[in-house]
Design a protein around this ligand. Structure first.
Ligand code: SF4
Length: 345
């Protein structure tokens, strides 16, 4: 392990701390195989509960994100742009420069106990994955879940990380006293596509094992089928295989979402596309000519196909009040002055 303590004093420290919206920054690297090449910026954040502006369109108003950057390294990740607000690279830097809010559990507990807090729903996994590999080392989520459990505060988690299984007993305890929503993101089950487009994530089948485990434990778990990737993951047989596997996992719902290509994600995804599937570049440029979203006709077609398959395999879309609370993409209030945004895993 190597570390460089940038605690108060040096100019470097003050600049980094201000940039990260923190009191101090400690930078570490670890020599273990799973963390090789990754730099962790440990910060003592000033706040951890963030308000979502324009929340009237959202099923929740508050989020908690203990990390920034994500070693799951999905090439399409919509959160990439948020790294630029920290003066960090949005490509490989997003995958390997991870900001860790080491005091997230204590900040949350403090906020939940404050007189101004009204016990509203808190969504997690809305920006980057709170069960990415770093969580195995930093173990922030147990303290966060304990705080929510102790205050009987409703919450939801969206993840691609199988590490969430570590916290299943705690999540069960929380579900006994409040409304807990768990969703797992599985856009496709195609193994070759997974290896190239989501290289740091657990395999889709392993994620569906998470759904199975939660279902067996009596906690309903939905699947966000995201992203459906045009021309690579949208063939009828691919959609069928994915929905069939989702149904077999016991998911309470399946909700499709077509790939978005916002600035930040778009450049990184398109450069990946040019390397791996150059013949698709022109088709993508046409499909996303209007901006970040595929045309409505395309989105409707995918949604209809997935809903038809879901009916066939006996799972429905999420119902209001069901244990799935998937955020729609929207801007999130900046943390300590930093612009950021909500994303989907
Ligand atoms: S899409 Fe989600 S899991 Fe993938 S890199 Fe982004 S935050 Fe991590």
């Amino acid at each position: 392990m190597r570390w460089e303590n940038l605690s108060p004093g040096s100019e470097h420290s003050r600049a980094d701390a201000a940039l990260f919206g923190a009191e101090a920054v400690t930078t570490r690297t670890f020599d273990t195989p799973e963390f090789r090449g990754i730099t962790f910026h440990e910060i003592r954040a000033r706040s951890v509960v963030n308000r979502v502006p324009g929340a009237s369109r959202m099923p929740f108003e508050w989020t908690v994100n203990p990390y920034r950057g994500c070693t799951h390294a999905c090439v399409y990740c919509f959160a990439r742009k948020t790294h630029s607000y920290l003066d960090l690279d949005t490509g490989l830097g997003f995958d390997s420069q991870i900001v860790v809010k080491v005091n997230a559990p204590e900040l949350l507990r403090h906020r939940l106990a404050s007189r101004s807090w009204r016990g509203e729903h808190i969504a997690m996994g809305t920006n980057v994955d709170c069960y990415q590999r770093a969580e195995g080392r930093y173990r922030l989520m147990p303290g966060i879940i304990e705080a929510l459990r102790d205050h009987a505060n409703p919450f939801s988690i969206l993840t691609k990380g199988t590490l969430i299984l570590r916290d299943l007993p705690l999540l069960r305890q929380a579900a006994d006293v409040t409304d807990v929503g768990i969703s797992v993101s599985v856009g496709f089950t195609d193994e070759e596509l997974w290896r190239t487009v989501e290289p740091g994530t657990p395999a889709p089948e392993r994620r569906l094992d998470v759904v199975r485990a939660f279902t067996d434990a009596g906690i309903g778990c939905g699947v966000l089928m995201a992203p459906v990737i045009p021309f690579l993951g949208d063939r009828p047989e691919q959609l069928r295989a994915t929905v069939r596997a989702v149904a077999a996992s016991g998911a309470t719902s399946v909700t499709p979402l077509v790939l978005h290509l916002r600035p930040g994600a778009r450049e990184w995804f398109m450069s990946w596309l040019a390397r791996h599937h150059p013949h698709l570049v022109a088709r993508y440029e046409r499909l996303y000519a209007e901006g970040a979203y595929a045309p409505r006709w395309y989105q409707r077609r995918i949604t209809r196909q997935v809903h038809d398959l879901a009916r066939e395999y006996g799972i429905g879309p999420a119902r209001a009040g069901a244990p799935r609370r998937v955020p729609a993409p929207a801007p999130e209030e900046p943390e300590a002055g930093l612009p950021t945004q909500l994303t989907l895993l």
